[in-house]
Design a protein around this ligand. Structure first.
Ligand SMILES: [Fe+2]
Ligand SMILES: [Fe+2]
Length: 234
């Protein structure tokens, strides 16, 4: 029904991997009915976002369920980690939940970079590479799950190994390493965790822009807007 008025073209068509992007596709917008336009705003299939959206609005209205992030942050808090580590754990996979899976540590770090302490975004970026490399000093071993997911003979690409070596020498190495330590899926299924438990920590460690995420003219505002309106034609 909605398409009668607004044609929703798939903006991710070129990067989704669902098809070879160099192959021509029918340009659906070239056959618009006279009264029909393309979508340039809210996608009727998605929940409506408020005009000045907060991080919590994105978690509620755009991101996949955040159990894994809440679990990681809970583990970190129970272990007595400081607020930067807990914040980093709470946000470490934000890109997977709301944007893109490939290179998610880099995308996620970039999304939150203007709003968190430099140490937090640095750690989120670095966890991407550190996950593949053990650190026996803190009891972190190569994840069993990775053997299952990637195969026993999987070896990270050289750029990942280089990122690991750089991170190893960095003053904030342990902050990123702690993300990998608490980045686990094992959790008491009966335990209920939600964002309210971390509202105070987020309030102190995530600098919410007054204009709303996407509208503060930050270097990453466009990324938040794309999550708000992922199917906008332009
Ligand atoms: Fe991750
Ligand atoms: Fe994770």
């Amino acid at each position: 029904m909605a398409e009668l008025e607004r044609l929703v073209d798939r903006s991710v068509l070129f990067t989704s991997g669902d098809r070879d992007p160099t192959e021509p596709v029918p340009m659906r917008f070239k056959t618009l009915a006279p009264e029909q336009h393309v979508l340039m705003g809210d996608d009727p299939r998605l929940k409506k976002m408020p005009p000045q959206p907060t991080l919590m609005d994105f978690f509620r209205l755009r991101f996949a369920p955040a159990h894994h992030l809440l679990q990681s942050a809970t583990h970190a808090r129970k272990a007595g980690m400081n607020e930067k580590v807990i914040t980093a754990c709470l946000l470490h996979d934000i890109a997977i939940l709301g944007f893109i899976r490939a290179d998610h540590g880099y995308w996620g770090a970039q999304l939150v970079e203007p709003y968190v302490d430099e140490e937090v975004s640095w750690a989120i970026r670095a966890h991407q590479a550190l996950r593949f490399f053990p650190d026996e000093s803190v009891g972190y071993t190569y994840p069993e799950m990775y053997v299952r997911l990637f195969g026993a003979d999987y070896k990270p690409e050289p750029y990942v190994e280089e990122a690991y070596r750089r991170a190893r020498k960095h003053k904030w190495y342990m902050t990123a390493r702690m993300i990998t330590v608490y980045d686990v899926y094992s959790f008491d299924a009966a335990a209920t965790v939600n964002f309210d438990d971390f509202a105070d920590i987020l309030g102190r460690n995530f600098n919410q822009p007054d204009e709303g995420l996407g509208f503060d003219n930050s270097p990453v505002a466009h990324m938040w807007r794309t999550i708000i309106w992922p199917t906008k034609f332009l």
